[in-house]
Design a protein around this ligand. Structure first.
Ligand code: FAD
Length: 648
């Protein structure tokens, strides 16, 4: 174990750190920029924004994604909105308040300087995206509208109906296409990054599989940026897109990049409940719905039982027999408590026997009261597409009956460790968006992921990468016919051969589903020492079975989704193991990491600041060996560390 001391946090008061950095960092002159190549893996909000910005600045950029178009990155799924401290509502918001809410929401486990920078940049993002044509919702007079999200007492969420991610991605996609047309960006779609190439310890390229032809390709650059999204799909059932994966992150971890806080996984409270063993995804109902929807379960167990059996409906339960448990437990924030708090409260009620879904795992989200107050038209204008989506999936009209919801895996706060410059411990390897361990501590507030992705891509990386590239201006372009590239290519081919060669009897999905069950049961909403140890044993056993009995149909030299999935599930085993180990190491509860042994008398998370106020960064030590833990101590100078309280 060692202590990480090189986070490169600039000197000075918190509100000056980023300006100080920008004023003193080295930059690359325009005629040198043309000589430098940057690889960006990922073209969602973080990667797309970074690549478009690098192109505009004059660098030569190569962008990779596994979809057939950057337009399909998972960012497109984001529904509810994006935060910024504009204070258009004049309801008391400020950069400091957004910073404060984010640090508090993350249970004091994020890096203070990064979080402040994020809050500071938030306002630039709104200006940038409005200029790019993003059609945010507006008030009657034309000003941009805001709504509320969890963990905040102000309205600071900008939105485009329930399709904010899609609209923001269209903005990024337009900026990226402009660079593609100009020739500064070359787009490589349908490519899976399968390895990172290091030359003299620096990131110098990647190995990618062409998903159409099966060719293994080598690409070089002066720096590599990963913006490959989150690893929530290790739980199999999650709100993430089916293709979201951990492979690029796991491969660079195996090349020496530290992986930070893997146990910080966010379980989102408002998702459509699971209905059986053979579904492959959970559907998110946006957090924005908690602005107007009230969450409840019956006060009487017999009513809950009757609803479960289909003998009663929610509308048969009179108001006085409804338990609005969030409003009861957290009067100051009510239905707008942060996600971790809302998810655990739902679990507490359903564990106690008050769940309403046929499986027992469901609570109500009710719009009756908002419709009585505001009228159906207003609710339809605010959330119409979400109500339509809910009806298409469940056949229930949510204007007339409450929605049924239950928590599901949604987002990961853990990710590759990065310093203030978003550079990993491997020189020349930068990480942005959900793929880095991010600015959110142990729990992300709603509408802050889009903010972070665009902050990293449009505003942070374009500065910080120059500080690194300023040293590379005399480094000529790399050939890929070198020992390092050839060895990495051979490793990838061997991995593919190995998985194809198992030729067992079980599908990849079978193993993924079983892995997901282990993760949900042992490292889901509640964790404990015994369960985590059992989870590790079960995972090891399943992993061994996978390598004996998985069957990949099809061939390596053509389109082969089974092979793609197989390689991803192999990497999910590794991230799953890291999550369990990290959760076992952290003998405290904080944010999304709830250890049952560490809770207050009324069931709230109990942090142990004296021992665990650090970022846990894990270093790979070889297959079958325990990873090594490095600790980055967290210091709070601009904010007073307190017990989180959403009650008053
Ligand atoms: C249903 C849903 C709703 C959400 N709503 C909101 C919201 O309202 N507000 C909010 O702030 N956040 C929201 N989030 C979270 C937010 O959408 C994501 O955290 C964010 O969009 C991630 O952006 P990204 O650029 O980091 O990654 P992504 O958008 O996931 O992009 C990843 C990119 O990496 C590429 N890639 C991945 N692996 C490889 C590989 N091995 N090789 C090559 N390319 C690869 C992909 O092709 C893709 O281009 C939501 C998330 C979900 C699931």
């Amino acid at each position: 174990m060692s202590t990480i001391t090189n986070s490169k946090i600039p000197e000075g008061p918190i509100e000056k750190k980023w300006s100080n950095y920008k004023e003193h960092q080295r930059i690359v002159v325009p005629n040198n920029k043309r000589k430098l190549d940057i690889i960006v893996v990922g073209s969602g909000l973080a990667g797309g924004a970074a690549a478009a910005s690098f192109g505009e600045m004059g660098f030569n950029v190569k962008v990779f994604c596994y979809q057939d178009s950057p337009r399909r990155a998972h960012s497109i799924a984001a529904q509810g909105g994006i935060n910024a401290a504009k204070n258009y509502q004049n309801d008391g918001d400020s950069i400091y308040r957004l910073f404060y809410d984010t640090v508090k929401g993350g249970d004091y486990r994020g890096r203070e300087s990064n979080t402040y920078r994020l809050a500071e940049i938030s306002n630039n993002i709104i200006d940038q995206t409005v200029a790019a044509g993003v059609p945010y919702a507006r008030e009657y007079g034309g000003t941009l509208a805001n709504r509320s999200f969890g963990g905040a007492q102000v309205s600071r969420t900008f939105y485009a109906r329930g399709q904010t991610g899609q609209q923001l991605l269209l903005g990024v996609y337009s900026a990226l296409n402009r660079q593609i047309a100009k020739g500064t960006v070359t787009m490589y779609t349908r490519r899976d990054m399968l390895d990172l190439v290091l030359v003299d310890g620096k990131a110098r390229g990647i190995i990618a599989r062409n998903l159409i032809t099966g060719d293994i390709e080598k690409h070089s650059a002066h720096a590599v940026v990963l913006a490959t999204g989150g690893y929530g799909n290790v739980y199999y059932l999650s709100t993430n897109a089916m293709g979201s994966n951990a492979s690029a992150a796991m491969q660079v971890y195996k090349k020496g990049a530290y992986f930070a806080n893997p146990a910080y996984v966010q379980i989102h409270p408002t998702c459509i409940p699971a209905h059986g063993d053979y579904q492959s995804k959970r559907t998110l109902m946006s957090e924005s719905l908690r602005n107007d929807g009230r969450i409840w379960v019956p006060k009487k167990k017999e009513d809950a039982e009757a609803i479960k059996k289909g003998e009663k409906k929610a509308i048969d339960i009179p108001d006085e027999d409804r338990d609005f448990y969030l409003e009861r437990r957290y009067p100051a924030f009510g239905n707008l408590v942060p996600r971790d708090v809302a998810s655990r409260a739902a679990k507490e009620r359903t564990d106690a026997g008050y769940g309403v879904a046929p499986t027992g795992l469901g609570v109500f989200l009710d719009f009756k009261y908002a419709i009585e107050r505001l009228g159906k038209e207003v609710i339809e204008a605010r959330y119409g597409n979400l109500f339509d989506m809910y009806e298409e999936i469940t056949d229930v009209n949510a204007y007339e009956h409450p929605m049924m919801i239950y928590p599901a895996t949604h987002y990961v706060m853990g990710g590759l460790w990065v310093d203030y410059e978003l550079q990993s411990n491997i020189p020349g390897l930068f990480v942005g968006g959900e793929a880095n361990f991010s600015d959110h501590g142990a729990n992300r507030l709603g509408a802050s992921a889009l903010m972070q992705g665009l902050s990293d891509g449009y505003f942070v990386l374009p500065y910080t990468i120059q500080n690194y590239l300023a040293d590379e201006i005399t480094t000529p372009r790399f050939k890929t016919d070198t020992k390092e590239f050839n060895e990495a290519e051979k490793d990838v081919k061997n991995r593919i051969e190995k998985i194809m060669g198992v030729n067992g009897n079980q599908t990849v999905d079978h193993f993924h589903r079983e892995l997901g069950k282990i993760m949900w049961e042992h490292a889901g909403m509640a964790r404990n020492e015994k369960g985590l140890k059992e989870g590790l044993e079960k995972l090891e056993k399943l992993k061994a079975e996978f390598w004996k009995d998985v069957k990949i149909t099809g061939s390596v030299d053509s389109v082969n989704p089974e092979l793609e999935k197989g390689l991803r599930v192999a990497d999910f085993f590794d991230i799953g193991e890291l999550i369990l180990r990290d959760a076992l190491n952290r003998n405290e509860s904080c944010g999304g990491h709830f250890r049952e042994e560490y809770q207050t008398e009324d069931g709230e998370a109990r942090r142990r600041d004296d021992e665990y106020m650090y970022v846990a960064a894990w270093e790979f030590k070889g297959d079958g060996k325990e990873p090594e833990l490095h600790k980055e101590p967290l210091k709070y100078e601009a904010i007073e560390v307190k017990q989180r309280n959403y009650k008053k």
